[in-house]
Ligand binder design. Structure first.
Ligand code: ADP
Ligand code: MG
Length: 580
C-alpha cells in the first residue's frame, strides 16, 4: 500500500519536486521533467529517456553523467505527453541530435513518436528506440512487440556511455539497438501494487501463489504457480532466460553478460541477495561470466512484491559501455570527471515561452465556442461519474489507468477551453487549445488520441461563422481517420476505433439526410453505444491489453466505452436550448 501522499492527483508532481530538491547536484527541473544540472557539452548526442511515474529510479534517477541527459516524467503509470518529451529534449539537446529511448508501451511509443516528429520539424536530428526486453510479453517471433522492463537500464547505460564518448547519433543509436537486441528480462510477482489514493491493488495474487511474467504497470501475469523458495525462484528466472538466447548468442559457455536482479518495490535487499546468490551459481554453472552485476531496485512498480532478472549478453563493443563510469542520483559507477557548471545559456530553451496570441474570431464562432465549452463540461462530468468503472474495465486486461487518465485529460481540456472562451477565442482555437491540454495532461494512449479527436473537430469548425452540421460531421470523420493514422488500429482490434468509426459514419449519414445536428448526433451516439457494447465479444489486438487478450473476452474495451459515454453526454448539451 502506498501510504504517504497528499492529493493523489498531485503525487507525481510532488514526488518529482522532492526528488529535484534532494538531487540538485545532478539534475535541474525543466517543463516536462529533468535534465542534467551540468552544462551541456556542445555537439554531444543527448540521450533522453522517460515514462510514467511510479517506477523510481526509472526514469529521473537515471539522469547524470555517463547515463541519460534528460528524463521526461509522466504522471503515475502514464506516459509523458509529446509536449513534455519535446520540452525535455530541447533542454537537453546540444547540437549532436537526440536519442529518445523508453520502455515499449503503446502510450510512450505514441507520445515519444509525436515528439520526434515535432523535433524533426524544428530541425533536430532524432532517433527513437523503444526497449523490448520482457520475454513474457510476446513470443520471440514478435520480439519487437515486447514490453520494456528493467532491461531499460542496460540500454540507457550503453547509450549514455556511447554519447559520453562523443560518438555521433548514428553510432549511439546502433549501439543502443545492439544492447536492446541482446537484452532479455523475466519477472515474477507475489503481490500487486496500489496506486496512491486507490482503495484496492491494481491486481492481486492469491496468497501462496506466484504470478509469472508480470508487467511493471501491474498488468496481470501470464500464469501462476505455488510460491517457490528463493533458490527455486532463481532457477525459474535463470532457466527462462537461458531457454531463449538472443540471435547471435550461440550457447552460454564462455559468454559474458551484464546481470540485473531487480526488486519491484516491496522485496527487501536481503531477499534479493538470497536470490542472487543462486542466480550467480547457476550462471556460473552455465559458463556465463558475470560483468558488473546490479542487485537492487532499478525499475520498480510502487509497492509491488516482485523480482525480475535481466541478462544483457555483452559483446566486445558493449562491455566497455556497460562498465564505463556513470554518476546519476540512483546509479553510480567508477568515477567521472567533474562536469562544467551550467551557464545561463543552458536555461534558454527551457525558458522560451510558447507563443500565445489568439487568432481572430467572429461572434458566430465565439457563440459556437461557448457550446464547445458546455460540451466539454459535460464530458468532464460524465468522466468523473464513471472514473472508477473505466479504471476497472481497463484493469481487466490493461493497466487500470483509463479512468484517471480520462479524468486528467477532460479536466485539463475543460479548463483550457474555459480560458480560451474567456479570452474571446473562436470554436477552432478553443478546441485546439483543449486538445493540446488533454494530450499534455492525460498521458496514456488515449490521451494522445483524444488530442487528435478534439483537434480534428476543431480544425473543421474554423474561427469564423456558425459551424454547420456538415462541418461537425466532417470534423468527426477527420478525427476517426486521424486516430487510425496515429494509433494504427483498425475496426475489430478492440480499441476506441470500434466506437469512433461507427459514430463518425452514422453522424455523416444522418447529416447527409438533412437532419439537424442534435438529431443526427443522437442517432450517432446510439451507434457508438451499440458498437462499444459489442467490443465485449472481441479480442484485443492493439495497445496494452493485447498480451492478455483472452482475459478481456466478455468485457468491453475501456476506450470504446468512454467514447460512447462522451458522445452521449455531448448529445445532451446539443439538445439543451439553454446553452448559447
Ligand atoms: P494506456 O493504454 O496507455 O494505458 P488508456 O488506459 O488511457 O491508455 O487507454 C486505453 C484505451 O486506449 C484502450 O481501451 C483503447 O480503446 C485505446 N487504445 C489503445 N491503443 C490504441 C490504438 N493503437 N488505437 C486506438 N485506440 C487505442
Ligand atoms: Mg490504460
Amino acid at each position: 500500500m502506498t501510504q504517504l501522499f497528499n492529493d493523489p492527483a498531485a503525487f507525481a508532481d510532488e514526488a518529482l519536486e522532492g526528488f529535484v530538491a534532494a538531487h540538485r547536484r545532478w539534475v535541474r527541473p525543466v517543463p516536462g521533467g529533468v535534465v542534467r544540472a551540468a552544462a551541456r557539452v556542445p555537439g554531444q548526442v543527448a540521450v533522453v529517456v522517460g515514462g510514467g511515474s511510479g517506477h523510481y529510479p526509472a526514469f529521473s534517477g537515471l539522469v547524470g553523467q555517463g547515463l541519460a541527459h534528460g528524463a521526461a516524467v509522466g504522471n503515475v503509470f502514464a506516459s509523458p505527453s509529446a509536449r513534455q518529451v519535446r520540452q525535455v529534449a530541447k533542454a537537453a539537446e546540444a547540437g549532436g541530435g537526440v536519442l529518445l529511448t523508453f520502455g515499449n508501451y503503446a502510450g510512450d511509443v505514441l507520445h515519444f513518436g509525436q515528439a520526434a516528429d515535432q523535433l524533426r520539424a524544428e530541425g533536430v536530428d532524432v532517433r527513437v528506440l523503444p526497449v523490448t526486453d520482457d520475454v513474457s510479453s510476446a513470443s520471440p517471433e514478435e520480439a519487437h512487440k515486447r514490453r520494456g522492463v528493467a532491461g531499460d537500464l542496460a540500454v540507457f547505460k550503453v547509450a549514455g556511455a556511447a554519447a559520453e564518448r562523443g560518438l555521433p547519433l548514428d553510432e549511439v543509436t546502433r549501439l543502443a539497438e545492439l544492447a536492446n537486441a541482446r537484452t532479455r528480462s523475466f519477472g515474477v510477482a507475489l503481490s500487486g501494487c496500489t496506486l496512491p489514493g486507490a482503495d484496492e491493488p491494481l491486481f492481486t495474487v492469491d496468497p501462496g501463489r506466484l504470478a509469472l511474467g508480470l508487467g511493471i504497470h501491474g498488468e496481470p501475469g501470464m500464469g501462476e504457480r505455488d510460491v517457490p523458495s528463493a533458490d527455486e525462484t532463481a532457477e525459474l528466472l535463470v532457466g527462462t532466460l537461458l531457454a531463449e538466447l538472443p540471435p547471435g548468442v550461440d550457447g552460454t559457455a564462455g559468454q559474458r553478460a551484464a546481470v540485473i536482479l531487480n526488486g519491484l518495490g516491496a522485496v527487501k535487499y536481503e531477499e534479493l541477495f538470497v536470490v542472487y546468490r543462486r542466480v550467480a551459481e547457476l550462471l556460473g554453472e552455465a559458463g556465463v561470466e558475470i560483468v558488473d552485476p546490479e542487485v537492487g531496485e532499478l525499475v520498480t512498480s510502487f509497492d509491488m512484491a516482485g523480482v525480475s532478472l535481466t541478462l544483457c549478453w555483452l559483446t566486445d563493443e558493449l562491455e566497455p559501455l556497460w562498465t564505463a563510469p556513470a554518476d546519476a542520483p540512483a546509479y553510480r559507477k567508477g568515477s567521472v570527471a567533474a562536469p562544467a557548471a551550467a551557464t545561463p545559456a543552458d536555461d534558454e530553451p527551457a525558458a522560451a515561452a510558447e507563443q500565445d496570441a489568439l487568432p481572430a474570431a467572429d461572434d458566430d464562432s465565439r457563440r459556437a465556442a461557448r457550446r464547445v465549452l458546455a460540451a466539454l463540461a459535460a464530458v468532464r462530468a460524465t468522466v468523473d461519474e464513471h472514473v472508477d468503472e473505466l479504471g476497472r474495465i481497463d484493469a481487466v486486461a490493461g493497466d487500470g489507468d483509463h479512468g484517471i487518465g480520462m479524468r486528467r485529460g477532460s479536466h485539463a481540456a475543460h479548463e483550457a477551453a474555459a480560458d480560451a472562451v474567456a479570452r474571446g477565442a473562436g470554436a477552432a482555437t478553443t478546441l485546439d487549445l483543449a486538445a493540446a491540454a488533454w494530450a499534455d495532461r492525460a498521458g496514456g494512449t488515449s490521451g494522445a488520441l483524444w488530442g487528435v479527436i478534439l483537434g480534428s473537430i476543431g480544425s473543421a469548425l474554423g474561427d469564423t461563422g456558425r459551424p454547420t452540421p456538415e462541418a461537425v460531421a466532417s470534423g468527426v470523420a477527420g478525427a476517426a481517420a486521424g486516430v487510425q493514422r496515429l494509433g494504427k488500429a483498425e475496426v475489430g482490434d478492440k480499441t476506441m476505433v470500434d466506437a469512433l468509426v461507427p459514430f463518425a459514419d452514422a453522424l455523416g449519414e444522418a447529416v447527409a439526410t438533412g437532419a439537424p445536428l442534435a438529431t443526427a448526433w443522437d442517432t450517432a451516439a446510439s451507434a457508438a453505444e451499440a458498437a462499444a457494447a459489442a467490443t465485449a465479444e472481441l479480442l484485443p489486438r492493439m495497445g496494452r491489453a493485447r498480451p492478455h487478450a483472452e482475459k478481456s473476452l466478455g468485457t468491453p474495451d475501456a476506450g470504446a466505452h468512454s467514447l460512447a459515454l462522451i458522445t452521449r453526454a455531448v448529445q445532451r448539451t446539443l439538445a439543451d436550448k439553454e446553452v448559447d
